[in-house]
Design a protein around this ligand. Structure first.
Ligand code: ZN
Length: 133
């Protein structure tokens, strides 16, 4: 497992980590297998989609509509005032698993891997774990 540290700059932000993952798969020498990308934060997620500026803004805006910041009296806000960040993370996933074939991650032409910050700015980390032969 390789741990990668990143620093985010905004409350909500998508950080493209595709090249980091691709490099790690190539470095491993694994030809056929799986690569898992995982974060152990409860207010962040790992997602895959198209790296298109408008779409990424639409996605963050949609998350804010699906889970609004302050129209509910979230019980968790009594603790550290970030219930909406946790719930946005809960409806997504802390990680993704991608097939490896021919020595690289089997991503579609328009697929990129993102670290999704939901309660930044913060120092964050994610892990890349590779299985296979
Ligand atoms: Zn919290």
């Amino acid at each position: 497992m390789k741990t990668v540290e990143i620093k985010t700059d905004h409350k909500m932000e998508l950080v493209d980590i595709t090249e980091e993952v691709r490099r790690e798969v190539e470095r491993s020498g694994v030809g056929e297998g799986l690569v898992n990308v995982y974060t152990r934060h409860t207010t962040a997620s790992i997602v895959i989609n198209e790296d298109e500026e408008g779409l990424l803004k639409d996605f963050l805006a949609s998350l804010q509509r699906i889970v609004p910041d302050d129209i509910y009296n979230y019980l968790h806000n009594r603790i550290d005032n970030n219930a909406s960040s946790h719930i946005r993370s809960l409806i997504l996933s802390p990680g993704v698993c991608i097939p490896i074939t021919a020595g690289g991650p089997w991503l579609g032409t328009w697929q990129s891997i993102f670290f999704l910050e939901l309660d930044g700015p913060r120092r964050r980390s994610f892990a890349i774990t590779i299985l296979g032969e």
